[in-house]
Design a protein around this ligand. Sequence first.
Ligand code: CP
Length: 313
Amino acid sequence: VPNPLFGKSIIWSQDFHPDILEDLFARTYRYTHQRSNSMLHNKRFVMLFYEPSTRTRFSFEAAIDDLGGSRISTESAMHFSSATKGETLEDTIRVMSAYGDCIVLRHPEEDAAMRARDFLQSQDIWTPIINAGCGKGQHPTQSLIDLYTLYKAFGRMKDLTIAVVGDLKHGRTVRSLAYLLGKFRGNKIHFVSPVELSVGYDILAYLNRHETPFTQSTSLDPYIEEVDAVYMTRTQEERFENKDDSKRLKGSYRLTTALAERMRRDALIMHPLPKVGEIDEEVYRLPQAAFYQQSDNGVLVRKALLEMMFSPN
Ligand code: CP
């Protein structure tokens, strides 16, 4: 039986069954001891990024290079592809599907990856799409990295209490992580945000369906000593309809050294990055700081993911 990701697109984090996550993370761990192989020999990847990226694009590219694949790429498809002339996403995707074996897509619209996959499949084209972060919807591969970082630190994916803090309305990484945490018994999420930036009801409904307890609050203070991890996020200024609101709400939360020092010593301070002032400079030196572990894990997790997508075993 081929592994369940073989030949599949990666669109939503809720598609990852716990058994797949166990398998993925075992493979991820193996890549800590094996930098390269020829798993992706003769496979070409199309890196189609309509929004800026540092970690996602470069870590995918590093993973592809280390596994012997090749890639064609634009770092700003909004300006350097025919999108600038008005070409639809569907047309671009259809054309690019013939130029590569997989399309890694970042796009400002939250349903873009799903639309890309569905459009290709409607034409009987099965080139996989990887959602590399779409709008304020989801960023599934980042959530795999986040969960792996937690798993490595605590040795489990269940019985974790996480406070997620900041712009939870527009933050796609939190949404994807919540879907994963909801798959394991005993996990609990404290959502901390300004009321205007609360996490979507679709996430809360999902957590209710999966019997995952959560709280919603405007203050991190009551939870700081209890949690296994604080997951900070930036205000996603580019996704606000009203720029005055983004200015007013930017900087609503800052993890100060005084606050961070109240955390358990074995707890984690996480951030998907980029961070722009949500965490005090001095916090970097605390043993709990895990945000660079997350970005370091990016290449390893993405190698394991590509292995599962391109190898039946
Ligand atoms: N975490 C993340 O998606 O970072 P980039 O926007 O730099 O890819």
